[in-house]
Write a protein that binds this ligand. Structure first.
Ligand code: CUA
Length: 329
């Protein structure tokens, strides 16, 4: 039994923890979990207790025993049957329904646009997230930033199949439906990094569709947004310049965009500020020069089925490409 505890507790603590809320909405969802848990355990204890009670007293009134009924007329009353069997469970279930379906929806629902200071648009792709900041040119992938203690209006949609935007420590899930814009309130009460995950099965690499939400102090966030809105700076070293030419002349630019260059592809993530991100490919691998090089030549090894084919380029070309991409801060 004790040996099983680590398994049970493995889901607790750290990243992406529903029971570690960092917003009012997520707090209410956590409370609902504990209320449901307590009521369920109460119900289990009650039923188990009654079963044990009946077993201990078996035979006394001829119920379940093999003796003749010594006390005719002493049957379990209608009160017990109707009260415990119908009225009590109905009351409990209706109460839980009201709490979960009314109170919780009220605190987690989409915010009134006037009550939010910022809108972020999240778009699901097979298999990564892109984030846009309306009113600016900023586009990023898999990693979004928001100001701390600020009501953010998150608008979610998809370019292909149904995904689900879910950052457990900040709020409930919201599905991304083709042709629809679903909204949710995103709020973080502490500057930190929160992990999120696509929560709707969307194909082979559904599990590799993670995202990070960086909640930052407001001034820091504004500076980040300014940097992300700017176009890419032209590379200065000879190696990086060679890399840029390979990128723009080759297959890369037909799927990826780099603002400030002629690359305007939209199938894959926008790479304008690729080097400012911590992870690659829906949080599949860390964003280091080595992993980036291996991703370019062998992306199907890390994420089989993803839309980027392997590019077995000569080592010198890969080095130049990586040198260029590393300048995209
Ligand atoms: Cu996208 Cu699962």
């Amino acid at each position: 039994m004790v040996a099983l505890l680590p398994l049970l507790l493995a889901g607790c603590g750290g990243y992406q923890n529903t029971l570690n809320p960092h917003s009012h909405a997520a707090g209410d969802i956590t409370n609902l979990f504990w209320v449901m848990m307590a009521v369920s355990f109460g119900g289990l204890a009650l039923v188990t207790g009654l079963l044990v009670f009946a077993w201990v007293r078996r035979g006394r009134r001829g119920i379940g025993g093999d003796t003749d009924d010594p006390h005719p007329g002493e049957k379990p009353g209608w009160f017990v049957v109707v009260g415990m069997g119908v009225v009590f469970p109905l009351t409990v279930i209706v109460a839980l329904f009201i709490v979960s379906d009314w109170a919780i929806i009220k605190v987690t629902q989409a915010p009134a646009a006037s009550s939010t200071a910022l809108t972020v648009k999240a778009v699901g792709h097979q298999w990564y997230w892109s984030f846009r900041y309306p009113g600016t040119k900023a586009v990023t992938a898999d990693e979004m930033h928001i100001p701390v203690d600020t009501r953010v209006n998150l608008v979610a949609t998809t370019v292909d199949v149904i995904h689900s935007f879910w950052v457990p420590e900040l709020n409930r899930k919201i599905d991304t439906i083709p042709g629809q814009q679903n909204r949710i309130l995103l709020y973080a009460n502490q500057a930190d990094v929160y992990r999120g995950q696509c929560a709707e099965y969307c194909g082979l690499q559904h599990a590799h569709m993670g995202m990070l939400v960086f909640a930052q102090p407001k001034a820091e966030f504004r500076a980040w947004l300014r940097r992300q809105s700017a176009p890419a700076k032209p590379p200065t070293t000879a190696l990086a310049q060679r890399g840029e030419k390979i990128f723009l002349d080759g297959a890369c630019s037909s799927c990826h965009a780099i603002r400030g260059t002629s690359a305007k592809g939209y199938v894959g993530p926008d790479l304008t500020h690729l080097a400012s991100r911590t992870m690659l490919a829906g949080l599949t691998i860390p964003n280091t020069p080595d992993y980036l090089a291996r991703w370019i030549t062998d992306s199907q090894h890390f994420k089989p089925g993803n839309q980027m084919p392997n590019f077995p380029l000569p080592q010198a070309q890969v080095r130049a490409l990586v040198a260029y991409l590393e300048t995209l801060k």
